[in-house]
Design a protein around this ligand. Structure first.
Ligand code: AR6
Length: 174
C-alpha cells in the first residue's frame, strides 16, 4: 500500500529518495520546477542530462516518459525527470499525464526508491487545469502497483494544495 501525503512548499527543499522534475523533452532545463531543481541541485544534474541526450535520448525524452539522474546537491538520491503534456482543449491528453506518474513510479521501482516527491506536473507553463490534474495524479498513483511506500505531492500554493486535498479527502486550507 502506498501512502499519499500532501505538503505545501518548494520541492527543492524536500527530502526523499527521489524528487520528480516536471521537465521538457530537451532535458536541458527551463522555468518552474525544472529551473528550481537545476538551480538548487547544481551542475551535476545537467551533466547527467547532457549524457542522456548524447546517448539514449538523442531526440529528447518523449512526453509521458521518465528517466533518472543524480540529484546533485538536493536532499535526495535521484531526480526523476518526466515530461508532462501541454494541455489541449481539442485533444484529450489525460493518458499522457497519467503516464508521467506511472513511468516515474516504474523508474523509482527500478532504482529501489521508497519515498518519491512529485510536483503537480503540467499545471504551470503547460496550463493543465489544477483540479483535473490533481484527479489524474491521485487516481494514477492509487492505481499503479509499486514498491514505493510514500508518494508525497509537493504543492507550491494554496490553490494546488486545495485541489489535491479535495482528491485525497484531506482538509483543505479553507
Ligand atoms: N516546487 C514545487 N512546485 C513548484 C515549484 C517548486 N519549486 N515551482 C513551481 N511549482 P511548471 P509544467 C509548481 O511550469 O506545467 C518548465 O519550463 C507550479 O506552480 O514547473 O509541467 C519545463 O522546462 C505548477 O503548479 O511545469 C517545461 O518546459 C507546477 O509546479 C515546462 O516548464 C508545474 O509547473 C513544464 O511545464
Amino acid at each position: 500500500m502506498t501512502t499519499i501525503t500532501l505538503v505545501r512548499g518548494d520541492i527543492t527543499r524536500v527530502s526523499a529518495d527521489a524528487l520528480v522534475n516536471a521537465a521538457n523533452s530537451s532535458l536541458l532545463g527551463g522555468g518552474g520546477v525544472d529551473g528550481a531543481i537545476h538551480r538548487r541541485g547544481g551542475p551535476a544534474i545537467l551533466e547527467d542530462c547532457r549524457r542522456l541526450r548524447a546517448s539514449r535520448y538523442g531526440k529528447g525524452l518523449p512526453t509521458g516518459q521518465a528517466v533518472a539522474t543524480t540529484a546533485g546537491d538536493l536532499d535526495a538520491r535521484w531526480v526523476i525527470h518526466t515530461v508532462g503534456p501541454v494541455h489541449s482543449e481539442s485533444e484529450d491528453r489525460s493518458d499522457l499525464l497519467a503516464s508521467c506518474y506511472r513511468e516515474s513510479l516504474r523508474v523509482a521501482d527500478e532504482l529501489g526508491a521508497r519515498t518519491v516527491a512529485f510536483p503537480a506536473i503540467s499545471t504551470g507553463v503547460y496550463r493543465w487545469p489544477m483540479q483535473d490534474a490533481a484527479r489524474i495524479a491521485v487516481e494514477t498513483v492509487r492505481n499503479t502497483p509499486t514498491r514505493v511506500e510514500e508518494v508525497r505531492f509537493v504543492l507550491f500554493d494554496d490553490r494546488a494544495y486545495d485541489a489535491f486535498a479535495r482528491q485525497t479527502g484531506e482538509g483543505g486550507t479553507a
